[in-house]
Design a protein around this ligand. Structure first.
Ligand code: 13P
Length: 344
């Protein structure tokens, strides 16, 4: 492992004004997204959709990296340029999702544990040869009456740390994604408590597994009200709770926090990121110890997906929609996003 190289890739991914496009939906997930616009999911429609996203002119001003799925990293654009090369040609770093999914955790109803460690060392070597500079592994933590259990948090944190160590051995920057789900009835206070416990455990395991914190990125949920909670916290409250939680448990050595959108609307996800960056560090007059950025899937793609509808003639419209969201989130990286930008 070359630590300096890992650090420079991690820093490039959270460069000022830029963030990550998560386009690593598994075949099952992308099939659902395409079904929502009445497009049948085939290898070719998935390729067409991803080509539309990746060939958006100018998006590289706001997009530092794109996370790909195993099928996608092996695909090419219509001229035969492999997607990783197309992205690199624009100065965008290709990344790869390497977990094999969150599976029901034996003995723990309602909880899951993410699989994919077996054979990972060899897969990472292959992905690196295909041009991947970074990887992603997502753990899922559900909130319910008596969950998450500490056993679930521990199992997922351990797997995340083992994954991260293997990535760094292969010269790939790991994005560590412990996602506390926002789909429940829970309050924002409960989300803060669970997010805090989860991140504490994740960093304990990362340190135990000798992960070089300066050469990784954290991809967390924001601290937010559950979607079915009767009281929905406002933008400023979400920003304050998220920063308070992270300042307590995320080591300053981590170069960047790249949030997932997790089902927030595209505009809300931008507003939340903007509010955090506009606030700075509430504990002193200095900035936050880490870059606060985005690694959004739905919040970047949803407007483009609806505009595209599987038709070649809609590609320019869809690309404008993606460019617009990328630009808004790029402004949110500086706390300079405004409602007026949405009308532009
Ligand atoms: P969302 O932003 O749609 O939550 O997706 C990000 C992601 O990569 C989830 O693993």
């Amino acid at each position: 492992m070359n630590k300096r190289e890992l650090e420079s890739v991690a820093q490039a991914l959270v460069k000022s004004g830029k963030g990550i496009l998560a386009a690593d939906e598994s075949t099952g997930t992308i099939t659902k997204r395409l079904a929502s616009i009445d497009v049948i999911s085939t290898e070719e429609t998935r390729r067409n959709y991803r080509e539309m996203l990746f060939s958006t002119d100018g998006a590289e001003a706001f997009i530092s990296g794109v996370i790909l799925y195993d099928e996608t990293i092996r695909q090419a654009d219509r001229d035969g340029t492999p997607f990783p090369d197309l992205l690199k040609g624009k100065g965008i770093i290709p990344g790869i999702k390497v977990d094999t999914g969150a599976k029901e955790m034996a003995g723990f109803p309602g909880e899951s544990v993410t699989e994919g460690l077996d054979g990972l060392r060899d897969r990472l070597v292959e992905y690196r040869e295909m041009g991947a500079g970074f990887a992603k592994w997502r753990a899922v933590i559900n909130i319910g009456a008596s969950i998450p259990t500490s056993a679930c948090i521990k199992a997922n944190a351990h797997a995340l740390a083992r994954y991260a160590a293997l990535c760094q051995e292969a010269g790939i920057v790991p994005i560590v994604e412990p996602e506390v789900m926002m789909t429940g009835t829970n309050t924002i206070e409960r989300c803060e408590e669970v997010t805090s416990l989860t991140l504490q455990r994740v960093f304990e395991e990362l340190l135990d597994q000798r992960v070089h914190l300066e050469g990784m990125l954290l991809k967390p949920n924001m601290v937010i009200s559950g979607q079915k909670c009767s009281r929905q916290a406002g933008v400023q409250e979400v920003a304050e709770a998220t920063l308070r939680c992270f300042l307590r448990v995320v080591p300053a050595a981590v170069p960047g926090v790249v949030f997932l959108s997790g089902g927030q609307s595209a505009v809300k996800a931008t507003q939340h990121l903007n509010a955090m960056n506009a606030m700075g560090n509430p504990m002193n007059s200095m900035g936050n110890p880490w870059e606060l950025s985005f690694s959004y899937g739905r919040a970047l793609q949803a407007p483009a997906l609806s505009a595209w509808r599987g038709e070649a003639e809609n590609v320019p419209l869809a690309q404008r929609a993606l460019y617009h969201r990328a630009r808004c989130n790029g402004a949110a990286r500086y706390g300079r996003y405004t409602a007026e930008m949405e009308g532009a």
